[in-house]
Design a binder for this molecule. Sequence first.
Ligand SMILES: C[S@@+](CC[C@H](N)C(=O)[O-])C[C@H]1O[C@@H](n2cnc3c(N)ncnc32)[C@H](O)[C@@H]1O
Length: 213
Amino acid sequence: MKKLKENGLIHILNNVYSCIESYVDIPAGKTVELDLGCGKGGFSLALAERFPDSLILSADIMIGRMRKLDSRIRRRGLANISLFRVEARHFTALVLPDASLDRLHILCPDPWPKHRHRHNRLLCSDFIFHIYRVLKSSGVFHFSTDDVKYFKSTVNLIELSGLLVRDDDALNDISDIKTDFEKRWNDIGRKVHHACWRKKNILNHGIHGQHGN
Ligand SMILES: C[S@@+](CC[C@H](N)C(=O)[O-])C[C@H]1O[C@@H](n2cnc3c(N)ncnc32)[C@H](O)[C@@H]1O
């Protein structure tokens, strides 16, 4: 049975979480992209319009932003976006099964620039493990931020994890699409840095293979 949705489109997830398939039908072989922390959702809308055969999942903690996005989806008559009002870590850890996403976008997340607040950042080593887990084989993780320190620390964390391999070409088909925040930053002369990685096939790259075991 499908879970109840607000206004027919927004899934509100608070304390009880089910697998993604109980909220939305995902036929086998469907391309699925997640815009995590989508905000007002300009990026999600652009993805949904460019890739009508894909399913776009858009998630954010702020219900007001989800409602605005809901209205924009209805006005454009898009049927290939599903909205989730949910905390990002809960959605990733509790709702998404292994190997469920073709691309995961985390774009301009809150940077928490003060040193004492850095533990609030979404991108940390635990979370990178979940990113790895929910990506399909060769799935893509796309990150952007205007905060140079956050950008460098994320690149370092991912390199240290050994779970993903850098591949900025995986963005070639969407490099022209900017999020609402990226447009805002660009308007006041701030650059937004992007990076992209593919899921590594650990079995082939050999945790066990390196010493000939
Ligand atoms: C700076 S905005 C960026 C929005 C959008 N990605 C863009 O680039 O225009 C960050 C977004 O992440 C959402 N957010 C922050 N922490 C979150 C969390 N723990 N779970 C889900 N969403 C979160 C905020 O509500 C906000 O909409």
